[in-house]
Ligand binder design. Sequence first.
Ligand code: FAD
Length: 434
Amino acid sequence: MNIPKSDLPRVVIIGGGFAGMSLARKLLKEDVQMVLLDKHNYHTFQPLLYQVSTASLEPDSIAYPLRKITRDSKRCFFRLTEVSSISPEKNLIHTNIGDIVYDYLIIATGTKTNFFGNKSIEKNGMWMKTVPQALNIRSLILENLEQAVITDNEEERRALLNFVIVGAGPTGVEMSGAIAELRNNIVPKDYPDIDPNEMNIHLLEGLGRVLPPMSEESSVKAEKFLKELGVHIHLNTMVENYDGNLVKTNTDLSLKTATFIWSAGVTGAPVKGLNASAIVDKANRYEVNTFNQVNGYENIFAIGDIALMQSEEFPKGHPMVAQPAIQQGKHLARNIIRLIKGEKLEPFNYNDKGTMATVGRNRAVVDMGKLKFGGFLAWFIWMFVHLWFLIGFRNRLVTFFNWVYNYIKFDKAARLIVRPFKANRKIMEVDDDV
Ligand SMILES: Cc1cc2nc3c(=O)[nH]c(=O)nc-3n(C[C@H](O)[C@H](O)[C@H](O)COP(=O)(O)OP(=O)(O)OC[C@H]3O[C@@H](n4cnc5c(N)ncnc54)[C@H](O)[C@@H]3O)c2cc1C
């Protein structure tokens, strides 16, 4: 891996997501040799991936080069690599570019898409965890609209203009709202041959309300906003099969569609090699104590989505969103320094700042403690918070400019099929994992 030998303790971080990056930034100025490993050479701001897949933002607005973090210190290194396994008895990590020894190991590998064992969905559906996957969805949506214009087969046209999104969590809700806005604002101008009423957006949810992780009030408001935008909502509906054309559910609903987007869940993405007792089976996440130490190991830590820290307040662990990941990263940086100095570790306490989701222009919902509200103010706060947490000044500026432009012009600037998905489906699928 070409990492120089050093007398400083070596801290290896696997994953430059919210958790890994906030930890790395805090360790930059400390007396440690830090090695950051990631299979992408950039950090992905996942909350705005749906805007890439619905042509509102270009991917470079929401991605940030990881080398820009490590370049600020001569003691810090980035390597582009996928970690395949860990040998904890030798303090050794195995990757596709060689092995590396660590003094302290931090696993921040996040999650992958969960298909709950349904092979038909995994084979034929689309999902969105990474920038290439978001670009695949963008291409597919635009390619399907192009094909709808030219086909003379009515049944094919209906399937091309049917958009099915499964899972009404924040991602599914945001995705449905954004496709509805594409239909309402862009299709009438760009595709005069398509009657916008022919284009249908269906949001399917297995539970009894949209946004199940949020309050009842926010669910009701979000459902109203989605209906105003013309999204068809199907609650208590579980998808059983999608063969690439027909969606079958556990109710009498079945839909023909060429665009099937799966946003119904994630599961942990652990690295092989640790004892089975370190992993909580059902969640596929590492069980950690209040110091983020992985069960059974003193010098191996897990932070962010991959870490399951159970407490009285959070019996199922913290919500799998950006804030716990960021806060755990920062907290662990301080604890590692304490550990090196032989001081007592401090337990992690999550400061819950609330949750929010946007449905579209002027429409969002916010849960902040006892305060729950929706509409323009919530939407404005949603935009402000996302701009604030977006990494990099340039990204903030470009995103802000795009949003202002979209707002004034009712436009989506990035309607480009740069790498067609349909023709290259097989190649694209191996492009990135789930
Ligand atoms: C579509 C979508 C929308 C979301 N919207 C919101 C939102 O609005 N608000 C919110 O708070 N949260 C949202 N989330 C959740 C939030 O993004 C996650 O909670 C957060 O990213 C977790 O951070 P993390 O650092 O644990 O993992 P991640 O950010 O997923 O980072 C994991 C990193 O590890 C790398 N990696 C994984 N395995 C390996 C390996 N074996 N070798 C090398 N590198 C590896 C990956 O490339 C990645 O860079 C959303 C998530 C998704 C997918």
